[in-house]
Design a protein around this ligand. Structure first.
Ligand SMILES: [Zn+2]
Length: 270
């Protein structure tokens, strides 16, 4: 019996050793799911949402989001620069944006009401793209399946529903939710996405100080009607202070990018 227990302990230890990795900011992550599988599921969920949820037809809004997204994606290093980044702009009032493994980005037009300019939208984009490059979805999914939430089971439902082709728009959004988009990121993931996101936006020539305005807008809105974004991106009182404390590192990156001619011109033309 003792030998059996020991064996179980060894197997568990081996699993933990295999599953441990380090995030871009040096945080220990328990990730044991396959990135390729996560990416395949994400692509399926993204296609389902695009096929069924209301896509924006407002050219100016789509161009604005695409301009900012492209500028940020362009500064990524391999392997992320080699991803097939895809963007969908949904005609949805709820204030939300998200990104999935493999580089699928969703933006609701609602968030454009609170992002006052390209720099603020770049704060959102940098943050979302950082969730992808830091493998946060895989980390969430690995944790969820260990705790029995069962994203995989939901993904199977999604598969069935999608092949049936009978999704309503809201079901499609929930399909994305089932994939794990509705599971909140952890506070440590949020902090990490903020730090990496600031570097991305700065490198692309967007002013990282705009991230503070964005989070102030988000905070002001949450007093009236909490943005959906905050349900999946938990925040805390120190977020803005933390963002400001990163300026010392990110402003030189921004200044250098501007010197190197990075000067994005994404405008709200509507
Ligand atoms: Zn987040």
């Amino acid at each position: 019996m003792r030998r059996f227990k020991c064996l179980i302990a060894l197997v568990f230890a081996a699993l933990v050793v295999v599953a441990c990795s380090t995030s871009p900011t040096g945080r220990t992550q328990i990730i044991w799911k396959s990135d390729a599988e996560m990416e395949a599921q994400a692509a399926q969920a993204f296609n389902a949402m695009r096929a069924s949820a209301p896509l924006s037809t407002n050219r100016a809004k789509i161009d604005f989001v695409a301009c900012v997204a492209q500028a940020v994606v362009e500064i990524l290093d391999p392997p992320y620069s080699e991803y097939e980044w895809e963007l969908a702009v949904f005609d949805e009032k709820s204030v939300n944006a998200w990104a999935m493994p493999g580089g699928k980005i969703g933006v609701n037009t609602g968030i454009l009401e609170i992002t006052e300019n390209q720099h603020q939208l770049a704060s959102v984009m940098g943050h979302e793209i950082a969730h992808v490059t830091a493998r946060h979805s895989n980390e969430k999914a690995s944790r969820a399946s260990l705790t029995g939430i069962g994203i995989e089971a939901l993904a199977v439902i999604l598969g069935g529903g999608y092949s049936g082709g009978a999704y309503t728009a809201s079901q499609a959004m929930h399909a994305g939710a089932a994939f794990g988009l509705s599971l909140p990121h952890s506070r440590s993931q949020e902090t990490e996405a903020d730090i990496i996101g600031l570097k991305y936006m700065a490198k692309a020539g967007f002013d990282p100080r705009a991230s503070v305005d964005l989070w102030q807008n988000m905070a002001a809105l949450s007093k009236k009607s909490p943005p959906e974004f905050l349900s999946t991106h938990p925040t805390n009182d120190t977020r803005i202070e933390n963002l400001i404390s990163e300026w010392q590192e990110t402003l030189p990156i921004y200044n250098k990018a501007r010197e190197d001619g990075k000067d994005p011109q994404c405008e709200k033309n509507w």
